[in-house]
Design a protein around this ligand. Structure first.
Ligand code: AHG
Ligand code: MN
Ligand code: MN
Length: 324
């Protein structure tokens, strides 16, 4: 019988080595439980006819799937039960959700990422970023930049894979074993070897990208393979293994004005900052449409969007030179 190291053993060792509290373990246990529940809901969703649209639109005016709402409720339930969380922001709810005034942590999450994949039973994600409250003064409930996250992660559902990054410590991948536990930590670094590098972006939008971006693509797109799954978690998961760059630039001058996205599509708090945090811990880098480090962006609004260029530092810096 093979007895692998579990995620909790890994985290316990990390907290002990760094003389940290165990509160973070309790918080992470609630997130892992939520992920297992979402995984189960997704796998059994087709049988229960739960893979359809909820006939609602969310705060961003996008259509909501039943699975988005279910996953949101699952995450919220377990975060509340942990008693560790002061406030959360979910993609599915416009305002903040205050949970426990004495909680130590703030959590930003996207319960299902890539929900257009749901009805096709293709993989989706669950993204989260964690910050610690201001412990030495009264909490102001301000929004945090990615640089202030202490940890971030993404689950690939239903593949049973989990990528977890800890501030200034690194990024690891875990796999789900036959008992539903996440096990076998493997350190991840974006490969420097260019052989398998890929570019990942929605080709349909190309003509509406800024000229600087189009010019970079003209020079580079034929140098690498191209892959796009339509879920940031799925696309970034590939990238962490193969290397390359994911880009979701601003969309301008679209023939159909309603399709313009002058700040890109991805949401800063629970998509762009989370992925940029993981990328940094895996040796990568991320910038926005002006070439600014995404992790330095101080959010002004809860559901603020940002363009995103993330991946191997060499590629991101190369497009950054065009953007700044
Ligand atoms: P969500 O399902 O949480 O709304 O996120 C979808 C996002 C992201 O996962 C993906 O990279 C991007 O939308 C795809 O957008 P396009 O369909 O415009 O390519
Ligand atoms: Mn998303
Ligand atoms: Mn989502």
């Amino acid at each position: 019988m093979r007895l692998d190291d579990t995620f909790m053993q890994f985290l316990l060792n990390h907290q002990r080595r760094n003389k940290r509290s165990l509160n973070f373990l309790i918080l992470m246990e609630s997130i892992m439980t939520a992920a297992r529940r979402i995984e189960h809901a997704y796998k059994s969703g087709a049988l229960q006819s739960k893979l359809g649209e909820a006939n609602l639109t969310n705060v961003q005016g996008e259509s909501v799937m039943e699975m988005d709402l279910l996953a949101h409720e699952i995450v919220l339930h377990y975060l509340k039960a942990s008693n560790q969380v002061m406030e959360v922001t979910s993609e599915e709810v416009e305002k903040e959700i205050r949970i426990n005034e004495d909680g130590r942590y703030i959590v930003y999450f996207d319960p299902i990422d890539g929900s257009s994949n749901v009805k096709h039973s293709l993989p989706v994600g669950f993204l989260f970023g964690i910050c610690k409250r201001d412990l030495d003064k009264d909490e102001t409930y301000r929004l945090r930049s990615g640089n202030e996250y202490i940890a971030a992660g993404m689950f690939l559902i239903p593949s049973g894979l989990f990528t977890f990054a800890l501030k200034n410590s690194g990024a690891w991948r875990f796999i789900m074993d036959e008992t539903g536990g996440y096990v076998r930590p493997t350190k991840i670094n974006l490969p420097e070897e260019k052989k398998n590098w890929e570019l990942s972006w929605n080709v349909g939008n190309k003509n509406y990208y800024d000229n600087r971006v189009q010019s970079w693509l003209a020079e580079n797109e034929n140098l690498y393979n191209f892959r796009y799954a339509g879920s940031l978690v799925v696309d970034f998961h590939r990238l962490l293994h193969n290397g390359g760059m994911f880009l979701y630039p601003a969309i301008k001058n679209h023939k159909d004005e309603s399709k313009n996205k002058i700040n890109g599509k991805l949401r800063l708090l629970y998509e762009a900052s989370v992925i940029s945090f993981i990328a940094k811990e895996a040796g990568g880098f991320a910038v926005d449409e002006d070439g600014n480090d995404v992790l330095n962006i101080m959010p002004k609004r809860r559901h603020q969007r940002s363009a995103l260029y993330v991946g191997n530092r060499e590629l991101v810096e190369s497009i950054q030179r065009k953007l700044i």
